[in-house]
Write a protein that binds this ligand. Structure first.
Ligand code: DAH
Length: 350
């Protein structure tokens, strides 16, 4: 076929399309028109396109170019007519709503919270040191949070102003006179040391566990305090556990977590459930930073759970997870962790 002839056919087609589109007054008619001109099987455009095959090779570029122009023009006319006839009934094929040629973008999905990342990381490091992960409830009784941990009734740590005691039916009714029975009050646990008791009550010795989780204290929020935070508790009970082992474990842990050769310092302290007790400091970035408490399990604690303190020994430690996480990630305000501001949290995406 000669180029001239081909172009004339195309022009005729476009003219026809123009005039018949003017008579199209309903969505149904438009759809008929669309099929007649652009139908994939036997549309008018399709038949003209087939003629391209018989065009002389040297004329093919010009013919193809004109064909594309006419096809685009007809599609445009259909789209305009669809708009004129009203959006709802517009034929779906009047043009793609989505441009498949745009580059693909990864949709924004959530990221793992820095505290969750830290918990996983700590479990992994302590796992390598042979510590198994155990869990305990966040709503605790006085026995596990205080009594078995050798914290007596009059100890300031049990003050209602320093704990989230839960209102129970009993504590809401006026004090009963005469019965003298202590109420079985529950509270949101103030420390993960509760899990030491739960584990020693039911598990066979020797044991080596860690427990990570939330603890609650009614502190006013500021840059270093929040009423809910996380601790990592550790407990090792065996025949001959020593303070030197405690120090090695904490030093190996710190070296793994903080990186480099971290110095560790024990300062004498007091906790009711350990004797002797120490505060644990790490030397990091030019200063001593306190990360928690530790010590040798107090014989009274062993006795409370029915373990013979003459036959068994153990060490325990409790570290602040937020502190570790904040140091590592360079976070300076604990409240930022709990504002649920995804712009902040996204920075720590792995
Ligand atoms: N439970 C203590 C606290 O919340 C931390 C602690 C200190 C845990 C000494 C221990 C320990 O296991 O031995 O402040």
């Amino acid at each position: 076929m000669a180029l001239d002839q081909f172009l004339t056919t195309l022009d005729g087609l476009l003219e026809d399309a123009h005039s018949s589109l003017e008579r199209v007054g309903t969505a149904e008619a438009l759809e008929e028109f669309r099929v007649k001109y652009t139908g994939a099987k036997s549309g008018a455009l399709k038949s003209v396109q087939k003629m391209l095959g018989s065009i002389d090779v040297k004329d093919k570029p010009a013919a193809g170019k004109r064909f594309n122009q006419v096809r685009d023009r007809i599609e445009e006319l259909i789209a305009q007519a669809a708009l004129r006839l009203g959006g709802e009934s517009a034929p779906k094929s009047s043009g793609p709503l989505l441009d498949p040629t745009l580059p693909g973008l990864r949709p924004r999905i959530g990221t793992v919270h820095p505290i969750t990342q830290t918990l996983e990381h700590l479990k992994e490091i302590m796992g390598r040191l042979g510590f198994n992960v155990t869990e305990g409830p966040e709503i605790e009784d006085q026995w596990h949070n205080f009594v078995a941990l050798n914290i007596p009734e009059d100890h300031p740590a049990r003050d209602p102003l320093d704990n989230f005691y839960l209102a129970t039916a009993k504590s809401l009714s006026p004090p009963s006179t005469g019965s003298g029975e202590a109420p079985a009050e529950r509270l949101l646990r103030s420390q993960t040391s509760t899990v030491q008791i739960r584990v020693m009550e039911k598990e066979a010795l020797p044991l080596r566990i860690i427990s990570l989780g939330r603890v609650y204290r009614p502190d006013a929020p500021d840059a270093t305090h929040f009423p809910m935070f996380h601790q990592m508790e550790g407990l090792w009970v065996d025949r001959n556990v020593t303070m030197a082992q405690l120090k090695s474990v904490l030093r190996l842990f710190a070296t793994s977590y903080l990186g480099g050769d971290v110095n560790i310092r024990f300062r004498p302290s007091f906790f009711p459930f350990t004797e002797p007790s120490v505060e644990v400091d790490y030397w990091w970035n030019g200063q001593w930073i306190e990360f928690g408490g530790a010590g040798m399990v107090d014989p009274n604690v062993f006795q409370a759970v029915g373990i013979d303190p003459e036959a068994w020994s153990g060490f325990a430690f409790g570290l602040g997870v937020e502190r570790l996480c904040m140091r590592r990630f360079g976070i300076t305000d604990i409240r930022d962790l709990y504002r649920s501001d995804v712009r902040f949290l996204r920075q720590f995406a792995t």
